[in-house]
Write a protein that binds this ligand. Structure first.
Ligand SMILES: *Cc1c(COP(=O)(O)O)cnc(C)c1O
Length: 426
């Protein structure tokens, strides 16, 4: 059977397949640049693993309190090395990205302090963490106030508004690298560095946290290289490489990270407890694979942008601009097109390919959300997935793909469903 026939078996019509191949023919140089970043990051991860003498003994399970957990401690040294930080907290007890961020914020803010977001509204789930939307145990309930400086209309930093927002109470600044569920641009590490330098110029002792979700290994530098005190993310996104079944990380200064450990476990206990329960092989191997997995996801995102932009849909980032995260937003302009797109992604999955995604009221989000994911790890968004809140401009956020070829199939099938419904014309 030819490759052409294989794609037909998977549900991709000859017309859609050929359209995809025409788009791909123009992407060789982009893909080479992605591979070059992956090669650099692979070397970065390998050298950290070698330096800290990762061995089979690091993979042993611990139980109970988990004192003297050599595998856990070595992994945290490896993470600190990869991100060039003094310290790291990398734990299965961190349940998700929101938990990692909430831990970092609540550990480093005290009553009377103010948190500033200089990049507009934060990710949906953080609204409740901060108390923008009232919620039990929010920072607001504990006397931490919040201020935000919105981005300018063109998505750039509003330096005047940021200067005006910084005051005596400002203790921590939170910068979200990725656009999340917004259609603003994602920031480059370089831009984040400039923003941190500007803020430190006004208030030198302010602490800076960067929400690095979806950004890891997209570039050869990370926010921790440009002055962030804490860089935070989820292990079921980029750095888990698709193998980590749970977890989050916080890397940064000893001062900030040790507070995070006390907040995560208990004052006095900190980083000394937390049994690994046998999960560490997946954390190590996932980190080892992460640079190439991220490269595959990036190729998928670039392919999707080029396919959909040509068909007349607005895509963020656009077909040609540089990328700073693995997310591709496609504004589909109707709930029907969102559904069709998601059905295509679902139909391409190795797991649950036969189910139909439906919108639902997901905890932490204020609009119904549709999600397509047929993942080995539930909710993993380094695996091929698409999701988006059902509200204008009806954008789906497409991300992941443990391999480029799977991402390619997913995009072709999303297009197939749109074409079949008459919602896109080749
Ligand atoms: C995914 C994400 C989060 C939250 O992570 P969860 O694991 O879903 O809790 C926070 N910020 C950004 C930018 C994200 O992409």
């Amino acid at each position: 059977m030819s490759l052409y026939d294989m794609y037909a078996t998977l549900g991709v019509s000859p017309a859609v397949y050929e359209y995809g191949e025409r788009v791909l023919a123009g992407l060789k140089a982009r893909f080479e640049a992605v591979d070059a970043v992956a090669e650099y990051n692979q070397a970065k991860v390998l050298s950290a693993m070698q330096k800290h003498r990762v061995s089979a003994a690091c993979f042993a399970a611990t139980t109970g309190y988990g004192y003297d957990d050599m595998g856990r401690e070595t992994l945290e040294k490896v993470y600190a090395d990869v991100f060039h930080t003094e310290a790291a907290l990398v734990r299965p007890q961190i349940t998700c990205g929101t938990h990692a961020l909430a831990t970092a914020l609540s550990a480093n803010l005290r009553p009377g302090d103010e948190l500033l977001s200089p990049v507009g509204a934060p990710y949906d789930t953080l609204e409740e963490v901060i108390g923008i939307r009232p919620s039990p145990c929010s920072l607001k309930e504990y006397g931490v106030s919040y201020r935000q400086a919105d981005l300018k209309a063109d998505g750039s930093f509003d330096y005047d508004a940021i200067r005006a927002a910084i005051n005596d109470k400002t203790r921590l600044v939170t910068i979200q690298r990725s656009k999340g569920y917004a259609t603003r641009p994602t920031f480059s590490v370089k831009q984040i560095g400039e923003l941190i330098a500007f803020i430190r110029g006004i208030k030198p002792d302010v602490k800076v946290m960067v929400d690095n979700c979806y950004g890891e290994f997209v570039d050869t530098v990370e926010p921790s290289d440009v002055g962030a005190d804490m860089t935070v993310g989820s292990l079921i996104k980029n750095p888990g490489g698709g193998l980590a079944p749970i977890g989050g990380y916080i890397v940064g200064t000893e001062e900030c990270v040790s507070r995070c450990a006390f907040r995560l476990s208990a004052p006095g206990l900190g980083q000394e407890v937390g049994a690994n329960l046998g999960i560490l092989p997946a954390f190590y191997q996932g980190l080892f694979l992460a640079p190439t997995v991220v490269a595959g996801a990036l190729k998928g995102a670039i392919f999707a942008a080029n396919i959909y932009e040509r068909l007349g849909f607005r895509v963020v980032p656009n077909a040609t601009e540089p990328r700073h995260d693995i997310i591709q937003a496609v504004e589909l302009r109707s709930p029907e097109a969102m559904s069709a797109f998601c059905h295509g992604i679902q139909a391409a999955a190795p797991v649950d390919s036969y189910v139909m995604p439906e919108p639902w009221a997901m905890p932490g989000y204020d609009a119904e959300v549709i999600m397509a994911a047929g993942a080995f790890v539930q909710g993993s968004s380094i695996e091929l997935s698409a999701d988006g809140p059902i509200r204008p401009p009806y954008a789906v956020y497409f991300q992941g793909g443990l391999t480029w070829y799977h991402a390619k199939l997913g995009i072709l099938l999303s297009l197939q469903k749109l074409v079949e419904k008459g919602l896109a014309t080749l």
